[in-house]
Write a protein that binds this ligand. Sequence first.
Ligand SMILES: [Mg+2]
Length: 317
Amino acid sequence: MSPSKRLFVFDFDWTLIDADSDYFVFEHLSAELSKIQLDSIGKVQWTDLQQRLLGKLFDRGVSREDIERTLANIPFVPERIEALKLMKEHGSDLYILSDANTVYIETILKAYNIDNLFTGILTNPASFDSKGRLNVTRYHGLDKEPHKCPLPCEPNLCKGLELQKLIDSHPWEQVIYMGDASNDFCPSTRLSRERGDLVLARRGLSLEQRIKERPELVRAETVYWQDAQDVLEVTKDIFFGRDRTAAALGSLSGSTAASSTTSLSTMVDSSSSSSSSSSSSSSIVASPVDEVKPSSTQVLSAVESFDSKMFAQAVKA
Ligand SMILES: [Mg+2]
């Protein structure tokens, strides 16, 4: 294995696609079940809820083909595909780390012929049975000990633990994690400033809020983005140099908003960066997990981590 490879790890819903796949399926196949789904946010564990609702969808005569066709209609923005191909062309390993499920993600990637770009997909297992009923189960099953992560991770998936396994599997040149929601905060704390790792956080959603609440836990540089064009620009900066855009445009001093002409250096959050800088200058960098005491109930954590679902609801409204 080459020691110079980069590792890119992506959340899926509202990160690689501009939608929530769990929500999209029911919104387009059953208005009644879509309403039940939204009304159940925070009341039923999300993966368990999908399993129940998929059973009801099957009972209403919705076929495997209906589900697959609906998933294939979820837009995948061309600039994101261009960014992913750029990463792959430069020898990087790409992983998806998601609270959706294998069928949803693999169907969408195959619809855009980009499934071959990814080394692995870590998400809730799913499969159709012989009658066409889709079943989904928790990634971290009820048959296992709870993962006991004190950060706002779902009981069925601590993304930080899974990212840590990937980080430990190879001497990566750089690790880049991209996400949007509260359950993307834990993996964001696993990155290293010394290695030049990056957190790519979607602006305006709860990952940004979490990072700004606890900047001392995120040691890597944080870059905020709003859309696929921003992500493409950041990707070009990673591979071709962060002064690339600045050199083309001249001075960008005073620019703060992310846009299609914004370089990575102007998208880095200054408060987070300076906080991280001061911590990295210390000879001892405390483990972020060790610093955090369990402060909320599992129920509250679950409710808080449903923010993408709530965002989906807000967008629809
Ligand atoms: Mg997400």
